[in-house]
Design a protein around this ligand. Structure first.
Ligand code: SAM
Length: 365
């Protein structure tokens, strides 16, 4: 932080180019920088302090709350909600979880804002004990934050340094937040991943879709599809698109979006990306957008040995991307583009187009 944004982006490009190595046939497209502050569409606030004076932010090394309500990565419209949430903690007597003492109930507040300014709020609790109080005071909160659409409780009984648990209890009649990206309504449910920076995510989906359009594949897979961002952007008449993702919630959202858009050729299914690949006839083009660990050895080797001509690999960790690429020597990176999804941090997204090297195939120019 504190360095000019342009320098940060140049560093990220250099970092990525070093990891991908010298490649004569790789074209680097101009990076996408986006805005340098106020870009986060979600706040993952650890709650500390006391019922009367809660902190929303992170915990220090001693497990005490550090308030980050003024953090410049949040847009003003999201930051304006924090004092209301802090007041709700006091009103509903939600005792912040004390990590060193292992006492208290409220662990985290997870707030997501849609491009239209609507909100999805999740209370991560140790147990169900405060749920009745949250329900009782919810009308006050909905009155104070009229843009709140979806509210839920997530139960995290274990004393673990993770953000959320498996069980979710919906408190509102509405269960999805509408995230409008490039004119496409993506539906977001509480337990689904969404890219952190909506503006840069919109550019990511647009660029991937234009690369796919140029190659005009008849069949496409979107592996690690989340709520379907890539799949829904590459859908076209006559094209068969399959999205695969482990989160059942995300798949339900993606299926809803496809139905809204009347896309008959797009299908989503819950499952493991690698298991799916190993069990189905290969498509013309595969999009992968895995978590930080990358796609791993089995899927990389399967892609290497398959007939898949093109892979669009969107990665949030160039180190795992480089590891996966080393296992797919026949799929050569032809284009790469750094998208600064996370300004003021060392993280970034990189979009790459891989093409199978074969004497009879010349697709990309
Ligand atoms: C970086 S996110 C990408 C989501 C989506 N492509 C998007 O643009 O929002 C990675 C996704 O992979 C999913 N995932 C994790 N492990 C998986 C696996 N083994 N098979 C399929 N999906 C997986 C996660 O639930 C998460 O939604």
């Amino acid at each position: 932080m504190g360095r000019p944004h342009g320098e940060q982006v140049a560093d990220k490009e250099r970092h990525c180019a070093n990891l991908l190595g010298e490649r004569d046939d790789l074209v680097w497209l101009p990076p996408v920088a986006g805005r340098e502050s106020g870009y986060r569409n979600k706040a993952k606030m650890v709650v500390g302090g006391t019922v009367e004076h809660p902190t929303l932010g992170i915990l220090d090394a001693g497990g005490q709350g550090v308030d980050l309500q003024g953090c410049g990565l949040y847009p003003g419209s999201l930051a304006a909600c924090f004092p209301v949430l802090a007041a709700f903690v006091t009103r509903a007597t939600l005792t912040p979880y004390d990590v060193p003492a292992r006492t208290g109930e409220l662990k985290n507040l997870l707030l997501t804002q849609s491009p239209d300014g609507e909100l999805l709020l999740r209370f991560v609790l140790r147990s169900q004990e405060p749920v009745a109080r949250i329900r009782k005071h919810l009308p006050w909160l909905l009155d104070a934050l009229p843009q709140l659409r979806v509210v839920s409780v997530n139960l995290l009984p274990d004393h673990k340094a993770v953000l959320e648990g498996e069980r979710e209890i919906l408190l509102t009649a509405t269960e999805t937040l509408r995230m409008r990206v490039n004119g496409i309504d993506l539906h977001l449910r509480p337990q689904s991943f969404f890219q952190t920076n909506t503006e840069v995510a919109a550019a990511l989906y647009r660029h991937a879709a234009s690369w796919v359009e140029e190659l005009a594949p008849a069949t496409v897979w979107d592996l690690y599809c989340g709520v379907g961002g890539f799949a829904l952007h590459v859908a076209a008449r006559g094209r068969e698109v399959v999205g695969i993702e482990t989160s059942v919630e995300a798949i339900a959202s993606a299926t809803l979006s496809a139905a809204d858009l009347g896309l008959a050729g797009v299908r989503f299914a819950a499952g493991d990306a690698t298991e799916f690949a190993l069990s189905a006839p290969a498509p013309d083009l595969v999009i992968v957008n895995p978590p930080r660990r990358g796609i791993g050895e089995v899927l990389s080797r399967w892609l290497e040995a398959s007939d898949v001509r093109h892979v669009v690999y969107s990665s949030c960790n160039a180190a795992s991307l480089a590891r996966d690429l080393a296992l797919m020597p026949s799929l050569r990176p032809r284009r790469a583009q750094v998208l600064d999804m996370f300004p003021q941090t060392t993280h970034y997204e990189v979009l790459t187009l891989l093409e199978r090297t074969s004497p009879s195939w010349t697709g990309v120019h």
